[in-house]
Design a protein around this ligand. Structure first.
Ligand code: CA
Length: 220
């Protein structure tokens, strides 16, 4: 899952990016409204954390611009403490949720998890595919209750497929959602990761759909 953090306070931006990266997400960062608006319009993010008070273009205008342009990704806004008008304006502009500053990083992480699963049509933070279970709260994967150790790349890939069970996900889509903008995007590496995940899980839940991509199905 690939996220965008738009926050002009460099310390806060770094703290958010670090916490999200540690939680297994790929994170792009922007420090003003102009750069952030551009990234959100051109890159396929799974969710965005958007500060309201930003230089160049304010967060509300950025959000309104995206929604007018048909961008539907979930957006969590960061509002000033006790500013009810930020929240009202934010929701009216198309925000999905908010966190008021100062906040605990844990709360931001929990809200992002909820936004991601809701935007993909899931009500719970645990995902199952046959005997395979992935818990987005703990970042753990198990097969029939036995913990499986995945690298962060492997976890991200499996998590993305788990969030999109039942539809074919193309390699291009995976590359776009699993790597940040600076990554050398070679879609052949996806095939390698899928192979390793299959081997580690030992059950065949990732199906290759020739010429199209991958489909997660419960093994029979
Ligand atoms: Ca700010």
């Amino acid at each position: 899952m690939r996220l965008l953090v738009i926050e002009d306070d460099p310390d806060l931006n770094r703290q958010l990016a670090t916490a999200l990266t540690d939680a297994g997400y790929v994170v792009d960062r922007a420090f003003d409204g102009e750069e952030g608006q551009y990234l959100g319009e051109t890159e396929p993010y799974d969710a965005v954390i958007l500060d309201i008070g930003l230089p160049k273009v304010d967060g509300i205008s950025v959000l309104e611009h995206w929604r007018r342009a048909g961008r539907t990704m979930p957006v969590l806004i960061l509002t000033a403490r006790e500013s009810w008008s930020d929240k009202v304006q934010g929701f009216d502009a198309g925000a999905d949720d908010y966190v008021a500053k100062p906040f605990h990083l844990e709360e931001v992480l929990a809200r992002i998890r909820a936004l991601l699963r809701r935007s993909t049509g899931h009500a719970k933070s645990e995902f199952n595919c046959g005997p395979v279970r992935l818990d987005t709260r703990t970042g753990r994967v198990s097969v029939d209750g036995t913990p499986i150790k995945l690298t962060s790349h492997e976890y991200r890939l499996l998590s993305y497929l788990m969030h999109h069970t039942g539809r074919v996900v193309s390699r291009t889509e995976l590359v776009e959602h699993l790597y940040d903008q600076d990554f050398d995007r070679d879609s052949n590496t996806i095939e390698v990761f899928v192979g390793r995940i299959r081997k580690k899980l030992g059950v065949d839940c990732i199906q290759t759909v020739r010429g199209l991509g991958y489909l997660l199905t419960s093994p029979s």
